[in-house]
Design a protein around this ligand. Structure first.
Ligand code: ZN
Ligand code: ZN
Ligand code: ZN
Length: 139
């Protein structure tokens, strides 16, 4: 936890009580929570926090690479990027189960294509969608 707060400081951001509360809440989940679930957790210690504030903090932390936002049709979930490590996710379209996958399939070809069009790529994100082992068996 302290390491994450340190990352924030190193990037030139103050560790405000709200940011700390959001990160602490995120750290307390065994699974990847939605913004709503985070709100409920943060409100235990900061009852005045709004969903808007949660989203604002999450988008700022996502931009800094401290939080990963994982897109799901049933609602996005958030992961604390403990080591700031870039990776992708497998998302079950049925139950929403989300697993980290430690490879990145993006190669320099994209960079070159983008540069032809005058773009400089600064980042990317995507998820792999499918069925988890549980949902596949239940079929
Ligand atoms: Zn599933
Ligand atoms: Zn992950
Ligand atoms: Zn990648």
């Amino acid at each position: 936890m302290e390491k994450i707060l340190e990352q924030l400081r190193l990037k030139g951001y103050k560790v405000t009580p709200q940011r700390r509360a959001v990160l602490q809440a995120l750290n307390s989940f065994e699974y990847f929570p939605t913004a709503q679930e985070l709100l409920a957790e943060v409100r235990k210690t900061n009852p005045d926090v709004s969903l808007d504030t949660i989203y604002r903090n999450l988008s700022m932390l996502t931009e800094l690479g401290i939080v990963h936002e994982i897109h799901r049709t049933s609602g996005n979930v958030y992961e604390l990027a403990k080591d700031g490590h870039h990776h992708h996710h497998l998302v079950c379209t049925k139950c929403g189960r989300t697993e980290c996958i430690d490879i990145c399939p993006v190669t320099d070809i994209y960079k070159e294509e983008a540069e032809k069009k005058g773009f400089t790529i600064t980042g990317h994100m995507f998820e792999f969608y499918g069925l988890c082992s549980n949902c596949r068996e239940k079929k």
